[in-house]
Design a protein around this ligand. Structure first.
Ligand code: PAF
Length: 292
């Protein structure tokens, strides 16, 4: 496994791999790898011959009061885990390598960031779209794999890849959960054992919503109300949003008469957690497999 830290070397490496006629798969990460990231790597392996994993805690996607400095980092451990997965290249640039002093070019999407997490994190998706566009230009992948846990991010990157003609297949990989249902996240490492119990309320409320929809409930506010009640009954929880929305536009839906995404963000103590699930009304249309 090779570790590359400059954009130029990474581009040269990608050109060489492409000249050999091999396809490249990219798994962008901010490191502190967990089972969720490993499943993205396995997905990429199935779809492309050469596997590049980027490790970069991207400063532009953190707000001024967010956890950029505290974000967990463990490069040695990440390298060992990636090696075990048979990763071909780790691309781990420094901050100044990707953002020079004169940096001033951002990718901004017009609509998708105006919903869900974009409301309380107004500059987050500008940072995500920009760094992912840069990674696409540096790694030149055929395929890039992202987790469905960050659902809004996945929708945004799909849109960006189409709008800017990247010619890259964007794959959404299923959320990997702990045995009790908690979605895996590097930020779970912030939770105390008591907060860890409260964090489970996200998954429980989504499963409960699925049950309600399966039993015929179509009214989105009633389902959101039930989720809100369940989450608030757990200690140290503060709801940022609970939304039931269109899987592609992320616009809120009042009546669930077709497949919808239920997405939520909840602070448990100081840790902001997100999760989502597809809601399928029993008489609804088949789910679009790319958004399952
Ligand atoms: O999902 C993440 O870890 C990050 O948002 C990403 C896609 C690596 C961009 O920094």
């Amino acid at each position: 496994m090779e570790i590359i830290s400059t954009a130029k070397k990474m581009q040269e490496h990608a050109d060489a791999i492409r000249r050999l006629g091999k396809t490249i798969g990219l798994v962008p990460t901010m490191g502190f790898l967990h089972e969720g990231h490993l499943s993205l790597m396995q997905e990429s392996r199935k779809r492309a011959e050469h596997l590049v994993v980027s490790l970069f805690v991207n400063p532009t996607q953190f707000g001024p009061t967010e956890d950029f400095d505290a974000y967990p980092r463990d490069f040695e451990r990440d390298v060992a885990l990636a090696e075990k997965q048979g990763v071909d290249v780790i691309f781990a640039p420094t901050e100044t390598e990707l953002y020079t002093k004169e940096f001033q070019t951002y990718v901004i999407l017009e609509k998708i960031p105006n919903h869900l997490c974009g409301i309380s994190r107004p500059t987050h998706f500008r940072g995500v779209a920009t760094v992912v566009a840069k990674l696409f230009n540096i790694v030149k992948p055929d395929v890039a794999v992202f987790g469905r846990k960050d659902y809004q991010q996945l929708v945004l990157i799909r849109r960006m890849a189409i709008d800017l003609n990247f010619g890259i297949e964007i794959v959404g990989s299923p959320t990997v959960r702990e045995p009790d249902g908690l979605a895996m996240s590097s930020r779970n490492s912030y939770l105390t054992p008591e907060q860890r119990l409260s964090a489970l309320s996200l998954y429980k409320s989504l499963k409960n919503a699925q049950k309600l929809v399966e039993s015929g409930e179509k009214n989105a506010s009633r389902i959101i109300e039930a989720a809100s009640k369940l989450i608030k009954s757990h200690k140290e929880t503060h709801i940022d949003y609970i939304s039931i929305c269109d899987p592609e536009t992320l616009v809120d839906m009042d009546i669930i008469d077709r497949p919808a995404i239920m997405a939520l963000a909840v602070k448990v103590g100081k840790t902001r957690l997100i999760d989502n699930m597809m809601l399928n009304p029993s008489d609804g249309m088949a789910v679009d497999s790319s958004f399952k």
